[in-house]
Each structure stands twice: as C-alpha cells, then as structure tokens.
Design a protein around this ligand. Structure first.
Ligand SMILES: C[S@@+](CC[C@H](N)C(=O)[O-])C[C@H]1O[C@@H](n2cnc3c(N)ncnc32)[C@H](O)[C@@H]1O
Length: 317
C-alpha cells in the first residue's frame, strides 16, 4: 500500500475509522452468510452485497476527501515556505550569498550532471594527453575542477563574476596539484579577460542563470581547432516547473529566478557559431527524474579561418 495512503489512514478522524471497521465487519459477515444461504434467498444476499458495497464506497470517498485535504494542506505549506524565499534579482549578489552553502546543497542533486561533465573532460584528457580548460561560471569548483586535483596535465582557467564563489573555489582548490588561473569577471566580456585559445570551454549550469544567451561566436574564437565546447544545464521542463532556484542560508532562503534553456536552442546557437555538435544526451537523477542535459560541440580544423572577420550569420550552417 502506498505510504502516503497509510499516513492518511492514521490521521483519519475516529468516526471514519469506526465506519471503516463497520464496513470490514459487514464484509466478513456477508462472506460467512453467503455460504450458508438457502436457495431462494440469494436475492437477499445480493441486496446485502449492494449495502456493503455502498458502505465501502462511502468510506472510500471519505478517505479520498481526507487524502485531498491533506495534500492541499501540504501544498499550502510548501507555497508558504516558497513565500519565505527572498528573490534576489542581482545574480552576483545571489551567488555570493549562496556560495558558502552551494557545495552542501549540490553534492546530491547535481551529482549526475557533474559526473557527465567530468567524464567528457577525462576522456578528452586521455585522448590528448594534456588540456587547457576555460571554465566559465566555474562556481565553487568542488564538483568539477577539484575532481582533477591530482592532475598536472590540465591547466584550468576559471572565470566567475561572484566574489563569494571565487573565494570558495580558491579554498576548494588550494591544496591541489591542478594549475589554475582564477579570474573575477563577467563571461560576457571574455575578450577582455582571456587571450588565446583553449582545448575545452566549459559552461556547466550557467545558462539558466544568465539573462541572455552568451555570444557563442565570440566564445568559439577562444576554442582551438579540434577543441570543444561543453555545455551542461538544467532540463527546460524541470526549470519551468521549478522557476526559482532556492537555497537555504543560515538566516533565510534566497532565490534566483531561472530561465529555462532548451538544448535545441543551445545547439542552434552553437551551430551558428561554427561548432559541430558531436554528443548530446539527457541526464537523469538517481530517482529517475530527467534533470539536465549535456551538449558537446567541436570546432573543426578550419573554423578559425571561417570565423575571422565574419558576422555570426555569415558562418551559419
Ligand atoms: C549554478 S552555478 C554553477 C557553478 C559550476 N559551474 C557548477 O557546475 O557547479 C552558476 C555560476 O555561474 C556564475 N555566473 C553567473 N553569471 C555569470 C556571468 N555573467 N559571468 C561569470 N559568471 C557568472 C555564478 O556566479 C555561479 O558561480
């Protein structure tokens, strides 16, 4: 039996419990009586059957109403809890406020998403021997960058616009062998923050936090020929159903309104930026919920020549 149904049964008022007991006893009596009924009195047996059935229906309707009332009470409780979330329109402020709590919250819920990103980076590292990674909106780094803590074959360039996140990143990475460059800044100003090109440009769980799509064409100029853009983000249906990313802090919960980003929109834009999608799939949480997606795109060997001096539309494929 469903556990919520059992918990509702426990909460039933005494009158409903009594009714349930009467129904059960009547059914037991009926089964016993039916076997002993003389021929010709079966009609009475059937009538009794109808009475027992009606009584059962009445009891079930009452239980059902109680179930609904309990569920409605729970829904009200959660919307009341949601009302206690302070929505922060300023993304920098939001991420700085949640930075000390981010790792704690994300170890379970985002595990599979981070695992998918780590697998992509690891496989590419094994293939190529060494990698320059540009991690845009790198957050605390605990679940991606820090997983490569022994890796001297990686150079990790980190950009985040939240000073709180950057501080956590430095704390999480301070004892690792990973060579990193840490930059505080807005990923939309990429050209002012980094020069040169990278084997991987990583955007993990950043798109839903940005008010607009970033300029993938500019981003592509920072990818080496043969290099890859790895994008991981929350499934748009999930974001639409959970429009506020709420995180509890010591005082109260703070929230950020997220913007659902469809993987096909991401693919369209990175294709227009001259990159070729080579891998994309959904990521399911351990409880079976479709939670996020991964898109991996590669830059062809001759894309730099194409991109140089052309407007994004000119390289649309
Ligand atoms: C949900 S966290 C993801 C962190 C990390 N990439 C991960 O996978 O766990 C989003 C991060 O993007 C950063 N961010 C949001 N907008 C940004 C921007 N315009 N420039 C740089 N970082 C940004 C936030 O500060 C935050 O650290």
């Amino acid at each position: 039996m469903n556990p919520s149904f059992l918990s509702v049964l426990k909460e039933l008022d005494p009158r409903t419990k009594l009714l349930g007991l009467v129904v059960l006893l009547s059914e037991a009596l009926f089964v016993a009586a039916l076997a002993r009924l003389p021929e010709g009195q079966v009609i009475w047996g059937l009538l009794m059957c109808v009475v027992v059935l009606l009584a059962t229906v009445v009891a079930l309707v009452r239980i059902e109403r109680k179930t609904e009332a309990t569920a409605a009470a729970r829904r009200n409780q959660s919307s009341a809890a949601a009302q206690n979330v302070e929505i922060l329109p300023d993304r920098r402020e939001f991420y700085t406020r949640i930075a000390p709590y981010y790792d704690q919250r994300n170890t379970s819920s985002l595990l599979e998403t981070h695992r998918a990103v780590i697998t992509e980076v690891s496989e590419m590292l094994d293939d190529r021997g060494s990698l320059d990674v540009l991690d845009l909106g790198g957050g605390t780094g605990r679940l991606i960058a820090a997983q490569f803590f022994r890796e001297r074959r990686l150079r990790w360039t980190y950009i985040d616009q939240s000073p709180g996140m950057l501080e956590q990143f430095m704390r999480n990475l301070e004892t690792t062998a990973l060579r990193s460059e840490i930059i505080l800044g807005d990923l939309n100003n990429l050209d002012q923050l980094v020069t040169g090109q990278f084997d991987i440009v990583l955007l993990s769980l950043v798109l839903t936090s940005l008010p607009d799509f970033p300029d993938f064409t500019r981003m592509a100029t920072h990818i080496r020929p043969g290099g890859r853009l790895i994008v991981a983000d929350i499934d748009p249906a999930y974001s639409a159903a959970h429009p506020v990313f709420a995180v509890g802090t010591d005082n109260l919960a703070v929230g950020l309104e997220v913007i659902p980003r469809h993987p096909l929109d991401v693919i369209d834009r990175i294709t227009r930026a001259g990159l070729k999608t080579i891998n994309t799939h959904s990521i399911f949480r351990s409880d079976g919920v479709r939670y996020s997606y991964l898109v991996v795109a590669e830059k062809g060997a001759d894309e730099d020549a194409l991109l140089c001096g052309h407007a994004p539309e000119a390289v649309a494929k």
